[in-house]
Structure formats: C-alpha cells, structure tokens
Design a protein around this ligand. Structure first.
Ligand code: SOE
Length: 389
C-alpha cells in the first residue's frame, strides 16, 4: 500500500472545488507512488467551511492556517485562496517543511513572486518542493500540442497568437467581487487569465517571452456591491464600489526564440465563455489549441501537397496521448476538471521521486515578470502614436 501524502487545502471557493475533485480522483485513476489523503480544509467561515469540507471529502475542517501547517501529519499544503494571501502562506508552509501547490498567478506583485521563488529554491535544497497551478498544461490536447511543436511539426516558429477570452464581466451590472479588487487580486484579466495565456504559450512553444509592449483598460469603473461582509476594499457609493483592476489587456511579445506573439486577455469578449486559444505558426506548419474544444488540436502540415493542405482536427483521446492511458476508449472525451486530476498526479509523482515539479515557483516568477512588464509598458504609454491629420 503506497504511503499516504496528507494534504491540507487552504481556501474553499471555485478552485477549492476543482482541486478537491483532483485530489479525490487522481489516486482512483492513476497508479500513484503515494496516496494523497484529503486531511483538512482551511477556511475563514466555520460553518461554510465545515459543510464544504464534508461535501468535498475532506476529513477535517479548520479555521487555523498556522496550526494546520504546524501539524506533523500534514505533508502538502495546497493554496487556493485569492492572490493577496499566496506569498505569506506559501513561504510559511515551505518553512514548515510542507510541499506547496499554489494557484495562479503565483502572486500579486513581482516582489512577492521573487520572495516565493527564493523560498522555494531554498526549500528544494531540503527536499521540499513547490509548484504553481497552471493546469491547462495538463489538458492532454495542450500537452500534445507541445509534443508536436517539440518534434518539429511546425518547424521554425515565427508567430504566436494567444488569447484568453471570457465575457462574464461584459454586463456592467455584474457585481463587484474580490477579482475586481486590486488589493485582493493584484490585477484583473491580465493576471487572472492573461497569466494562463502567457504560461501556455511559453509551454507549447518551449520559449520564454523576453520583452513586451502592451495596453490595459478598465471599461466599467464602478459596479454594484453584492452586499456587506464581502471584505472588499474601497468606498461604497450608492451601493456600488470601485473596480480597481484592468478589464482588458493586450500586448505584443518577443520570445527568446525570435518569434513574435500577439496576446489578449479580456473578460469582456462577448460570446466567449472560456476561450483560451494558442496558435503557433511556423515555416512547416501550424497548430491551434482552443480550450472551448479541449479534446482536439488543429494541425496544419505545410509540407503536404498543396492539394491536400488544410487544418486537420486531431481528437486527442488515444491511449498514446498524454494522460489518456488512465481514462476511456478513444472518442470518450475528457473535461476541464481532468487538468486538476493530472495536476494532483504529477505533483505527487514528482514529490515521491524527489524531483522538482513543473511549473516551479521560478517559472511562476517569470510569468509574474511578464505581467508586470505589460503593466509598466501600459503605464508608460509610449507606444501610442496619433493617426490624426
Ligand atoms: C475566472 O476568470 C477563472 O475562474 C480563472 O480565475 C481561472 O484561472 C480560469 O481557469 C477560469 O476562469
């Protein structure tokens, strides 16, 4: 019987539900070297936390983070809180000797991310590891897109188009939540979903962004408050509160490989619900991954005879595709939640092998520097030249 790895999860929102499902399912579909046990869930509201812990399958519920990370019977701390809590919690857990999985983006600022990466590097020397939760790398079709690029299927990459398009804020009456409060979220679309686009574009291409030039915008500057007790900062007007983060970000990026990228992250893309799209164009072909069609990769082979050229849709459900040997027969599709199962599996396997799980905090710190460079570029505003006569 594999040894247990006892998990404490900190937070109980949407990501708490997704991570709980990942911890529950991973040992039932993958032959793991250690068995993750859902030991305790930590949350602020005792009643809500106790009820959700029971529903999601956690043995205990607690409101005490410090006491939880001090326990000898906890091996992993999984941080799924809003971003302003990531830095102090992750560093405290690493210093307590716990392996840490932290949701994205790694932090709310570059300085916090730098401190987290330094603490993780020091902890790794002691055999304690940390990983940041960019789960879309673990959607099989996205992992297969990377494999195709790595084996030269598109040749020399010239262009990357990376978008993360949602529309849940296009209604100006959509209420204010912590994701629109800079003191909690750090940024808006840029960090919340732009971070995914940056990480996945870098993951699939195998190259990092070295410089960027961008713009950010807040379209709706006041929103209705949901009600008291939200913990939001900022003054309340007539039942409204200020939006202190970006609604939209777009930027150009230059990769170390020399490829150029066009990036967009917006929660105002009317009609798009969760459209993370990465298109990579090279001199021998192109690939397109679209989260709204997450079991497929579109592949264009530019070396095929001209009469046979065109994007072909590869259904990524063969046993030979990444992660698929654990699941269903070909054509029986996977979902968004499987990325969290694969994340739990990969994290447990890396720790059991004494290896650094990927993406590391160092990689999360690099993504944070990209986001920060976009914000600094937008503040500089130096790239706007008028077209007026
Ligand atoms: C909201 O934009 C959100 O839940 C993000 O926070 C997640 O990272 C993304 O996976 C889905 O959309």
């Amino acid at each position: 019987m594999p040894a247990p790895m006892r998990v404490a999860m900190i937070g109980n929102g949407f990501m708490g539900a997704a991570h709980s499902q990942g911890w529950r399912t991973a040992p039932r579909f993958f032959d793991l070297p250690a068995t993750p046990e859902m030991a305790v869930m930590v949350g602020r509201d005792p009643n809500k936390n106790a009820q959700l812990a029971s529903t999601w399958g956690w043995t205990e519920a607690s409101e005490d983070f410090a006491a939880t990370i001090a326990r000898d019977d906890i091996d992993i701390v999984d941080i799924v809180t809003p971003g302003h809590l990531h830095c102090d919690m992750a560093i405290a857990a690493l210093e307590a000797g716990k392996h840490v999985l932290c949701e994205k983006p790694l932090a709310n600022t570059v300085e916090e991310a730098r401190r987290m990466a330094a603490a993780a590097a020091a902890a790794a020397e002691r055999g304690v590891f940390a990983m940041v939760g960019f789960t879309y790398r673990r959607i099989p079709a996205a992992a297969f897109a990377r494999d195709l690029v790595a084996r030269g299927a598109v040749g020399t990459i010239r262009q990357v188009r990376a978008q993360y398009l949602q529309d849940w804020l296009s209604d100006p009456q959509a209420p204010l939540t912590w994701r629109m409060d800079k003191s909690k979220a750090g940024s808006g679309a840029l960090g919340d979903i732009g971070a995914h686009a940056v990480d996945l574009a870098q993951f699939i291409t195998g190259s990092s962004l070295e410089s960027v030039s961008g713009i950010i915008e807040t379209f709706v500057k006041e929103r209705p408050m949901l009600g008291a007790g939200q913990g939001l900062s900022g003054s309340v007007g007539d039942g409204t509160g200020p939006v202190t983060v970006d609604d939209y970000a777009s930027f150009s990026g230059r990769f170390a490989s020399g490829a150029l990228g066009a990036f967009e992250a917006t929660r105002f893309a009317t009609g798009h619900k969760n459209g993370l799209r990465i298109e990579v164009a090279g001199d021998r072909g192109a690939i397109l991954f679209d989260l709204e069609d997450l079991n497929a990769v579109q592949y264009y082979d530019a070396t095929a005879p001209a009469t046979e050229q065109g994007f072909k849709r590869i259904i990524v459900t063969e046993a030979e595709h990444p992660y698929l040997s654990a699941w269903w027969p070909p054509g029986h599709l996977l979902g968004y939640e499987h990325g969290f199962v694969h994340q739990a599996k990969d994290f447990v396997e890396a720790i059991a092998a004494g290896e650094q799980p990927r993406p590391s905090f160092t990689e999360g710190y690099q993504v944070q520097r990209v986001l920060d460079a976009v914000e600094r570029s937008a503040e500089a505003g130096s790239t706007w030249l008028t077209t007026a006569a």
